[in-house]
Design a protein around this ligand. Sequence first.
Ligand code: GLN
Length: 445
Amino acid sequence: MTISEFLERVQNAEPLNAFISVDETDIREQAKEQRKGMLGGMYVAIKDNISVLNQPLSCASHILENFVSPYDATAVKKLKYAGAIIAGKTNMDEFAMGSSSEYSHYGPVKNAINPEYVAGGSSGGSAVAVAAGIVDAALGSDTGGSVRQPASYNGILGMKPTYGRVSRYGLVAFASSLDQIGIMSKTVTDSARILEIIAGEDARDATTVPEPVPPFSQNLESQAGDWKIGLPEEYFTEGLSTSVRQAVDTQVATLKDAGATIVPISLPHTEFAIAIYYIITSAEASSNLARYDGVRYGFRHESDDLLEMYNRTRAGGFGTEVKRRIMLGTYVLSSGYYDAYYDKAQRVRRLLQSDFSNAFQSVDAIITPTTPTTAFKRGEKMDDPLAMYLNDIYTVSVNLAGLPAMSLPVGTDEDGLPIGLQIIAPAFKEETIFKIGTLIERLKS
Ligand code: GLN
């Protein structure tokens, strides 16, 4: 697509509120150079919690207003080397906390299929930018489902790589032991190509792993008969809507007819996932977000008294949901409660991880719905944090266990809203996901 086509698309899609910033001059500069490389000329949007040199980085928060990134995130630098055009910064839930992209200082993102509905979150802007055809692909971040859930709500693909696969250097920390940069795209091939580029060990992120990065995009073919796939019984119970269940069942039946072996499995600690996810992520967030005190970055509420300056800056700079997480995190880490909440949650996290390693003794991959329902109406869950949190019921365990997973579109419900199916693989087996994803694409067409 030409630059003018791109800019026209940005303008036409303005009501969706998918972007926080698009720098036309910078895009023209980038396009002037011949974009060579595997991603030559591909337009890729970047979630606004990932650094792009000399571009705003707000995390959709008032507290980072007017902050400009002094460097490129490793993933962004690699995209640029591979010839991609960095096409703007996308709207999101503030500091990636949320499931609807309504908790943004810049206003809510609207669903690409039906603007009355939420975009999903927290990478809602990235999902909508891809689904609405404004860009070819986008980066998001996934701490508990923030790439997969909005991908599912907008009918595109969302890939969350293994923890340690993609460098987090330049990704603003939310919950460091779970955060991972992920990819939103329209095809498995694009997802595989982008992961191939952005993955790999990075001296600037000690949690990246010296695992070789396979040429994922060269290796997409397989037979359904090659795969043994597990269906966890705990993911197909109450709360799962009929239309989502039917779409996933139908897809699984198609794989089975094509020769795949489908087996029921159990992930017995699933019921604790949401509780431990919100304890661990809030604890990590309360510590990570302590740095926003008005001294070093962004917004500052001036006062002669230092403590008052901190207090007012944080009180006025953070939104409601972020404050809720900081308070929750501070509480679970406080003396007297640490053992009862934080320490216990870490122990259960270990059990959850064992559930997956046990399951992967007998299956190559696990299939689940991505979310219990399709997108909900805007405004519907804004004042009900628990209902909002329950959206993540099928996605958070994957982050707690550090595994790779992808959401793929598998049809629509009676209102025409997209449904997502999630494929989960063992650590560093993204290749399995891409191959099964390719089979699903084939079987559909
Ligand atoms: N919705 C989840 C939360 O609010 C997931 C967020 C994310 O993955 N960044 O924590």
